[in-house]
Design a protein around this ligand. Sequence first.
Ligand code: ATP
Ligand code: MG
Length: 189
Amino acid sequence: MKIGLMGGTFDPPHIGHLLIAEQAKEQLQLDAVWFLPAKLPPHKQSTVTSAAKRLELVRAAVRDNQDFSVSEIEFERETKSYTFDTIRELKRRYPEHAFFFLIGADSLVSLGTWHRSEELYKEIEFGAVARPGSRYLIPEGARVTAVDMPLLEVSSTDIRQRVARGRSIRYLVPEPVRQLIKEWKLYAT
Ligand code: ATP
Ligand code: MG
C-alpha cells in the first residue's frame, strides 16, 4: 500500500491539514494517510497544548474519514520527535508499504535544517503543497512531488489568536475539534 504521512504539531489541527491529506491522497494515489502528531516538536520551543490533548484533537479531526488515521509512534519515545527516526521505524515495522511524507512549503524550505536531512532524503519521498507567505524551494537531493491545492491562508497560530480574541473559528477547524477546544477552554487568555 501507498501511505501518506502527515506530520505536524496540530495545535490545533485545521482544514489546511485535512485538505493537504485529501489532495495528496488523490494526486499521489495513496491508499491512506496517517497523521503523525509530534510529541515534542524539535523546531518549536514549546507547544501551547499538551501532547495528550493534541493527540485527541487529531483523532477528532480525522474521525469521519475512513482513509485517515492517527499514528502514535512519536508518543512511544520520550525524546524529541525527529522525522528521520520516525520514518526509519515505520519502514522497519511496515516493510510492505511505500511511504510519502506530506508537507507545506514553509516546511519544505527548512527541510535542510532537519535532523539528518541528507539521509532523510534517501529514506523517503515528499509530497509538498504551496503555502501563502512561503517560497516553494526544493532542497537539493530531496525527491519532491508537487501536490496541487488552493492556497489557504489558515494556520494553527492564527486559529489560536482568534480563540484568544473571542472570535469564531467555525469552518476553520472540523466541528469536533471546535467542540473540544471549547470544552477544554484551549487558547483562551
Ligand atoms: P503553527 O502556526 O502552530 O506552526 P501550522 O498551521 O503551521 O501551525 P503545523 O502543525 O505546524 O500547522 O503544520 C503541519 C504541516 O502542515 C506542515 O508541513 C505545514 O507546512 C503544513 N500546513 C499547515 N497549514 C498549511 C496551509 N494552510 N497550507 C499549506 N500547508 C500547511
Ligand atoms: Mg507550522
